[in-house]
Write a protein that binds this ligand. Sequence first.
Ligand SMILES: Cc1cc2nc3c(=O)[nH]c(=O)nc-3n(C[C@H](O)[C@H](O)[C@H](O)COP(=O)(O)OP(=O)(O)OC[C@H]3O[C@@H](n4cnc5c(N)ncnc54)[C@H](O)[C@@H]3O)c2cc1C
Length: 392
Amino acid sequence: MSDKTIAIIGAGIGGLTAGVALRQAGFDVKIFEKAGQLREAGAGMSLWPNGTGVLRQLGLLAAVASQGQSGTHFLVRSQTGEVLMEIGTAEAEMPTICVHRAHLLRVLGDALPLECLALEHELADMQFAGGKVQLKFTNGEHLICDGVVGADGIHSRMRCRLMRPGKPMYRGYAIFRGIADVPENFSIGHNSESWGEGSRFGTLAIGDNKVCWYATVNSAIPPQHTDWPKERLEHLFSRWHNPIPELIAATAPSAIMMNIACDRQPARSWSHGPATLIGDASHALTPNLGQGACMAMEDALVLANCLRRRQSVVAGFRLYEAKRYQRVRNAIWRSRWLGQVGQWENRAVVVARNAVTRVLPGRIFECHSSFAQLMTVLAGQPASSLPQPELL
Ligand SMILES: Cc1cc2nc3c(=O)[nH]c(=O)nc-3n(C[C@H](O)[C@H](O)[C@H](O)COP(=O)(O)OP(=O)(O)OC[C@H]3O[C@@H](n4cnc5c(N)ncnc54)[C@H](O)[C@@H]3O)c2cc1C
């Protein structure tokens, strides 16, 4: 199949990872990105072992690790700082790495030859003809290719062409993020999320003496960023444990970003002929598990492996979809559920939640695929007994 040209729409984490994986599988790849450069803005993110496992398979783990910070623990705390759950990440076969999004994009971009990437190319439309796809861009350019992969994010235009239209669903809270210098007495490697009543606050050390923090706040309707000036956040978290107030205070107001928590109902199918979707375009999930980018990277590798194993692009895309459906569906549900529990605001319910969290094993967060996995963890089986994601 190496004579096939595959176009990828979108040079985010999913699109670039797919570009690297497909090239390594022998395909001719062209990535089209509407922006004039790879995204420089953004905050830190966590790459859990399933995401770093993909990077290792692509030969990029060392480069990403050198730009970020590996974590040894993830702590769930109360808002007073009491540790409710400790998730050990050091013993896993693959590391957990926190890294600035721009650094990850740069490593992925550097792994591709310049001619693979066409910036300032916004997909306008596509048409199927004779087993091929014709892409049209807003700048007037056209391309005919053997297959196209939509990696154009949560508001994907490709998705609108392939599936029934529908907006992402707002899940009732907003997420603020900022980056500050590592404060004194901060335990690097111990990433954490603290749970209060209707709010959470998380910290991730991302290397370069920086900490990325995030804060969630409930809001019945999606808020505007201007509804939440820095002072309001400072006030909300002023009585939380150290270094939370300090981290917010140390971040310039203009450097605080806001997103609203959204996801989509998992779809059974997201391909049509020689066109498919990966990442947020196919299965946007709320950020609670830190899995959106990890799932996009898994998609990319599975897609390349499926195309390598099938004679036709259409058959490869079908196989990819079948391999991914169950896993991404579970990630969407688990992430949504975790967000709901984390955002509970009734005091009595929160006390009960924290009490239950104290007695649950941290490894409960390792089960990404099935109820059977959950039972395995609750029964205290060793990590090696957990099935790994099927990357083919
Ligand atoms: C607050 C927050 C925290 C998060 N934290 C984590 C985390 O810790 N770990 C984790 O794994 N995930 C995390 N995620 C999720 C993660 O950011 C996303 O799942 C991931 O970025 C999805 O990648 P993608 O490539 O599918 O889409 P995107 O990153 O959205 O990339 C889409 C690309 O397509 C381009 N594009 C769009 N339309 C067109 C068009 N018509 N033509 C050409 N190009 C186009 C865009 O410009 C963009 O570059 C977080 C998300 C949020 C909101």
